[in-house]
Ligand binder design. Structure first.
Ligand SMILES: *Cc1c(COP(=O)(O)O)cnc(C)c1O
Length: 423
């Protein structure tokens, strides 16, 4: 008991620390074995846990004693990551209402399992969902094709357009959930999280607002502080940062959401690997320094592209000419590491560029320590119907880069030499 009191006191102390301190320390003591004193948290790569005796086993199952039973129900290595995500996404929400708001996280084996499990947990046959219209390709496929099999209907709307969003809400006042990405993948459109939340709640006070925060990460944007109920991530991207894991996480300030998600975890079984959770937690420790450099490099590369004669348009929230620059400045602490751009030579020019770069790796995914380049229309968003793609701005000539931590000058030289081969 004394031990858990001390742990709680430490967790409370970290809650008041800055982002970098929390990224390094929050949650780390959860898995500490008091006999071993390992400095780095241990990997409990085990499916099951021993009971001291039959009585203890029974107590654990009756929730009369805290402890571990079986990894699908809870694993100390996974819980370290969950506690760290609580401290990074939910700190201010919790500081404002320490007794009321309880932040909980659940780790999943992929971003898509985090998203689909949230839908399974919160929706039933006949329910409606309002979703942003520019989405990660598989998310759009899940909403448009998979959920209808369970008689769940999605209304897609441009959530960055508040009038359009309000209209969609008025037409679907009983919708259970609102779901969107900001910035969106890959058009970088920004949705005003606070305003969307206010509009949605003024029409239906019980609605849950879900934000896919994969592009921004909690270092740049914390939707729970802006009124959202649920934040989710593909941890595959910036949270892990090193391209070693496919993973996901859901963070929520609602106990009912947490309980429903935990039920999905137990009965449907999307439980993460402890080793993967350990790798993600390791990556998360350097999120602040990585994000600073991603943002700095992306700003330099975006400025270079904006001034390049072969480039028609650049979508990067940090550019003053970008449609959503002002909102991004207000809502985010910096502008992130993803840039989309359209070459004047269209798809063929984009293809040439991808085939001629030296440092950028031609690969999907993003948020890696090194730079990646890809073509959304034929790759990440190939599942999105062409007419939808055209309408929302995922044109055939759009190229997306995830700017890594290399020297910015080298990235610019690389793009420059590859663009020259186009002409
Ligand atoms: C990658 C990604 C996902 C899906 O995550 P996986 O880990 O690949 O399952 C969802 N949303 C966004 C914004 C993504 O970039």
């Amino acid at each position: 008991m004394e031990d858990s009191k001390r742990k709680n006191a430490i967790e409370r102390f970290y809650l008041k620390c800055g982002f970098a301190t929390r990224a390094l320390h929050a949650g780390e003591d959860i898995s500490q074995d008091t006999r071993i004193h390992s400095h780095t948290n241990a990997i409990y790569q085990t499916s099951t846990f021993k009971f001291e005796n039959a009585e203890e086993g029974a107590k654990l199952f009756e929730h009369k004693k805290h402890g571990y039973i079986y990894t699908r129900l809870g694993n100390p290595t996974v819980m370290v990551l969950e506690a760290k995500m609580n401290a990074l996404e939910g700190r201010n929400a919790k500081l404002e209402q320490p007794d009321k708001v309880r932040i909980s996280s659940l780790v999943f084996p992929s971003g898509m399992s985090a998203i689909s499990s949230t839908m399974l947990a919160l929706l039933e046959s006949g329910d409606k969902l309002i979703s942003g219209e520019v989405l990660y390709g598989c998310t759009e496929d899940l909403f448009a094709k998979m959920l209808p099999k369970f008689n769940i209907e999605t209304t897609f709307v441009d959530t960055s357009d508040l009038n359009a969003f309000e209209k969609a809400m008025r037409e679907n006042p009983n919708a259970k959930l609102v779901y969107f990405e900001t910035p969106t993948n890959p058009t970088m459109a920004i949705t005003d999280i606070r305003k969307v939340t206010e509009i949605a709640r003024s029409i239906n006070k019980n609605i849950h607002i879900i934000v896919d925060n994969t592009f921004a990460t909690p270092f740049l944007q914390r939707p729970l502080e802006l009124g959202a109920d649920i934040v989710l991530h593909s941890t595959t991207k910036y949270i892990c940062g090193h391209g070693t894991v496919v993973g996901g996480v859901v963070v929520t300030s609602c106990d009912d959401v947490k309980d429903a998600l935990y039920k999905v975890m137990v009965d449907i079984g999307p439980s993460p690997s402890p080793f993967d959770a350990w790798l993600v937690n390791m990556g998360l420790k350097t999120l602040p320094v990585r994000m600073q450099r991603h943002c700095q490099n992306a700003m330099e590369v975006a400025t270079f592209l904006e001034n390049h004669p072969a480039v028609a348009t650049v979508a990067y929230p940090g550019l003053k000419n970008f449609k959503f620059h002002q909102l991004a400045k207000e809502q985010m602490d910096d502008f992130g590491g993803i840039i989309s751009f359209e070459l004047k030579g269209g798809y063929q020019a984009g293809k040439n560029l991808m085939d001629n770069v030296h440092i950028f790796t031609l690969a999907v995914s993003l948020g890696c320590v090194d730079s990646l380049i890809q073509h959304p229309a034929s790759m990440t968003h190939a599942t999105v119907p062409k007419e939808v793609r055209q309408r929302v701005g995922i044109t055939d000539g759009l190229v997306r880069i995830s700017v890594g931590l290399e020297d910015a000058d080298d990235l610019i030289r690389d793009l420059d030499q590859a663009l020259k081969k186009n002409s």
